[in-house]
Design a protein around this ligand. Structure first.
Ligand SMILES: [Zn+2]
Ligand SMILES: [Zn+2]
Length: 137
């Protein structure tokens, strides 16, 4: 996978997506909506142009009012529940890919974090945590 071809899939593999082109932005979103939707301290987000985007599989959508004050539609696999991508109504030309679902997340290089007002200590920044390369012993 090169920089111009981003593919991803859900946990069960029934949903897949592809986005072509260069990312408009790469970020970590710490807003409470992203925390609740993902269960994570922050959501890694790849902002892509929707024109080069396609998705396949049993995708379900959930719409809620986002940080913009306009609805954001979050899309997830109806079989396994993986959160895959978002479609913000205030920016209809973009799709936000949740980078944890990329086939090769190593290409994801965030350049900023947003809603750090809602970031909490689990985000790992400045924490002196024991680290394990694999499963914690
Ligand atoms: Zn799935
Ligand atoms: Zn967010």
């Amino acid at each position: 996978m090169g920089q111009g071809n981003w593919t991803g899939a859900c946990l069960c593999g029934k949903c897949t997506y592809e986005a072509i082109g260069e990312p408009e932005a790469s970020l970590i979103c710490h807003c409470r909506d992203c925390q609740r939707a993902s269960g994570a301290a922050g959501l890694p987000v790849l902002v892509m142009r929707k024109s080069g985007f396609s998705a396949d599989g049993p995708i379900r959508s959930f719409s809620s009012i986002g940080g913009s004050g306009r609805p954001t539609v979050r899309n997830f696999c109806s079989n396994c529940g993986s959160l895959l991508f978002g479609l913000p109504e205030h920016a209809p030309e973009i799709v936000t890919l949740y980078a944890g679902t990329l086939d090769d997340p190593s290409h994801f290089k965030p350049t900023f974090a947003q809603f750090t007002c809602d970031r909490y200590a689990l985000s790992g920044v400045g924490l002196a945590l024991m680290e394990f390369a694999g499963r914690a012993q």
